[in-house]
Design a protein around this ligand. Structure first.
Ligand code: AMP
Ligand code: MG
Length: 410
């Protein structure tokens, strides 16, 4: 079977991926959730003209002749409006956030007047309207401020609260079941013999999918038998997973039984094997309503394929924009690279500041079992299939590994 190009594989994975439901989410739990409908303000902010400073609310006409001495007749504080309008030759003591008293058009900050008993004296002209926050300065009732599909962040949540919402309608989180496969695998922290390997992939993959807005369901470790895999696939369906991610067993070795087990269960294969390094044995299938992504077992392959394929799928299933995960940036290479073969290469690299363009330095060894270099890397340098040899200083493209690094560039 021919190797499927990366962009085509992603296109097939994302085809007809759409959000399935919505639910009301309290603001306390809304960080990272995706808005299901545009959010409009329920109130004006500020709800009335308000003072932005501590001082005195007066009428401009009282300052026609200077110096002017005015009688302080009332107080307005945040949450406590004055009990009367301000009259001619009068002032109302006012504090930041207090509603502007009726008939007042000027705030004299306390630094600009002298007080003696119940009187203030003003010697300099005071511009009208200054230090007054007009009703609706921030936004007016009815205005839509957050669009559907917005991934809510801390600032959005404060905005939604100020708009008068205590809870917001969000897309349901996609459910992603994660299954490790292999006779050699043990859980992290358990005693492991010399021929055993810690099933490290599941931990990082679960953390990534949670960050991307999905619920992760741990299906544990299935041994390399068709029966164990069939049982695990059943458990994924019982758990109503939208996506099943299998880790390992996706190649064509005698012990690579994920493909056969899926076929026995009735899955339809989209593709199996892509033109990518790391990650050639990537499988995409559908089993009734459940999407299945079979990721290669090598730790770097599992995590990089999650970054490239699973996170955009979660975004699409949550009703957010999946393209944020594919956003590429420019850098110059910090080391020479040999020519590439037919597979698109995703090289673990470190980004550092350069003179005008940042410098991307791929690690010398790119073996897909090496998690230490993945943890040290902050970007993946992307080399197209058949890219010619490139010298240090030549331009290259990269994506950020940390998914939050893409967010400010939206
Ligand atoms: P496989 O794709 O099953 O042939 O596995 C390829 C390599 O990845 C083997 O060296 C496995 O031991 C290793 N491997 C498979 N699954 C995991 C996992 N969940 N965590 C860490 N390493 C794994
Ligand atoms: Mg295996």
């Amino acid at each position: 079977m021919a190797l499927t190009p990366v962009t085509e594989a992603l296109r097939q994975i994302l085809s007809d991926a759409a959000p399935s439901g919505e639910e009301l989410v309290p603001l306390e739990q809304a960080d990272g959730r995706v808005l299901a409908a545009p959010l409009a303000a329920r109130r004006d902010q500020p709800p009335a003209d308000m003072s932005a400073m501590d001082g005195y609310a007066v009428r401009q006409s009282s300052l026609a002749r200077l110096p002017a001495t005015l009688a302080v007749v009332d107080v307005a504080a945040a949450g406590h409006a004055a009990s009367r309008p301000v009259g001619e030759v009068e002032a109302i003591r006012i504090f930041t956030g207090a509603p502007l008293p009726e008939n007042a058009d000027t705030i004299v900050i306390q630094e600009n007047c002298s007080r003696s008993g119940d009187r203030i004296t003003i010697t300099e002209p005071q511009p009208a309207g200054r230090h007054i926050r007009r009703k609706g300065l921030d936004f007016s009732a009815g205005r839509t401020l957050l669009p559907a599909g917005r991934v809510l962040g801390p600032h959005d949540i404060s905005l939604a609260a100020a708009m008068g919402h205590g809870a917001v309608s969000c897309r349901t989180r996609p459910r992603v079941a994660i299954l490790s496969t292999g006779d050699e695998l043990v859980r992290a922290g358990e005693p492991a013999g010399p021929s055993q390997i810690v099933a490290s992939n599941a931990y990082g993959v679960a953390a990534l999918v949670r960050r991307a807005g999905a619920d992760a369901i741990d299906l544990g470790i299935a041994r390399d038998t068709e029966q164990a895999l069939a049982d695990a696939i059943d458990r994924a369906r019982q758990a109503r997973a939208d996506v099943l991610i299998t880790l390992g067993g996706a190649s064509v070795g005698d012990h690579d039984l994920v493909g056969p087990a899926l076929k026995t269960a009735g899955a339809e294969m989209d593709f199996w094997k892509i033109a990518m390094r790391p990650g050639k044995p990537l499988m995409s299938a559908r089993l009734a309503g459940m999407r299945v992504l079979g990721l290669p077992g090598n730790p770097v392959s599992s995590l990089v394929c999650t970054r490239i394929f699973v996170l955009p799928l979660i975004a699409a299933l949550a009703g957010a924009d999946p393209s944020i995960y594919s956003r590429r940036h420019n850098a110059v290479l910090g080391r020479a690279l040999p020519e590439n073969d037919q597979r698109e290469d995703y090289l673990r690299a470190k980004l550092s500041p350069g003179e005008s363009v940042p410098v991307a330095t791929p690690f010398a060894s790119q073996d897909s079992s090496m998690l230490a270099t993945l943890a040290e890397a902050n970007i993946l340098v992307i080399r197209p299939p058949y890219a010619p040899a490139a010298s240090a200083g030549s331009s290259c493209e990269f994506i950020y590994l940390d998914i939050s690094a893409s967010a400010p560039l939206l």
